[in-house]
Design a protein around this ligand. Structure first.
Ligand code: B4P
Length: 192
């Protein structure tokens, strides 16, 4: 089983690259952002609660996202591995994920972190906001709040995995194909 975390700030391309990587490697894509947006669309109690945080550019409480990931892991007992996209976003989430995987006698193989300059992140997100209908991409204040949340709460997750020698920075600016090539090179070594 090969489990990879695609890491990086909002707009760094985690979702974009995951979509291509799952096809190439036959892994299961677990995006907490996508899971939360489905709950919002279905107007479930979880979705209505999550929306309050997402609309402000804040992270959704840990117990909500950890619960979602735990059910998805249980629902896919025969998976060849997972690509975690947008999860873990706090150290508490990282610790919970490590425990959930240990129960399944597996672990994170690598954390690949997409590095993109901040001005480019803002440009990409506002640009997506023109067409996506995503409330959290819609205005510059919310986009900037998401980047602040990333620095305060998510960046420490890098240290958590660096301690185990699992953390690797990957250039995240350039064409989508170019970055896909850089990520594939890393994953090829893990699956060979
Ligand atoms: P996410 O859905 O995870 O979204 P993201 O961080 O904005 O985007 P990503 O990095 O995947 O960027 P993408 O490929 O789409 O999170 C949304 C919100 O959900 C969070 O703010 C939070 O509130 C909540 N949430 C999610 N997970 C959570 C958790 N674990 N705990 C708590 N809360 C959680 O790319 C962005 C844009 O850039 C796209 O338009 C794309 O086309 C473009 N792009 C991509 N690569 C490019 C490239 N190489 N060149 C030019 N443009 C590119």
């Amino acid at each position: 089983m090969v489990n990879i975390i695609l890491f990086g700030p909002p707009g760094s391309g985690k979702g974009t690259q995951s979509a291509n990587l799952i096809n190439k490697y036959g892994l299961i894509h677990l995006s907490t952002g996508d899971l939360l947006r489905s709950e919002i669309e279905a107007k479930t109690p979880l979705g209505l609660e999550a929306k309050k945080f997402m609309d402000q550019g804040q992270l959704v409480p840990d117990e909500v996202v950890i619960g979602m990931i735990s059910s998805k892991l249980d629902a896919n007992p025969d998976a060849r591995g997972f690509i975690f996209d947008g999860f873990p976003r706090t150290t508490a989430q990282a610790e919970a994920l490590d425990k959930l995987l240990a129960l399944k006698k597996t672990a994170i193989a690598a954390v690949l972190s997409l590095e993109v300059p901040e001005d480019e992140l803002i440009k990409r997100l506002l640009n997506r906001g023109l067409t996506s209908g995503r409330s959290d991409d819609a205005n510059e204040d919310v986009v900037k709040a998401r980047i602040v949340e990333y620095h305060n709460k998510t960046a420490p997750v890098a240290d958590h995995y660096a301690k185990y020698g699992k953390f690797k920075k990957i250039r995240g600016s350039g064409s989508i194909e170019e970055i896909f090539g850089l990520l594939s090179k890393e994953i090829d070594e893990l699956v060979s």
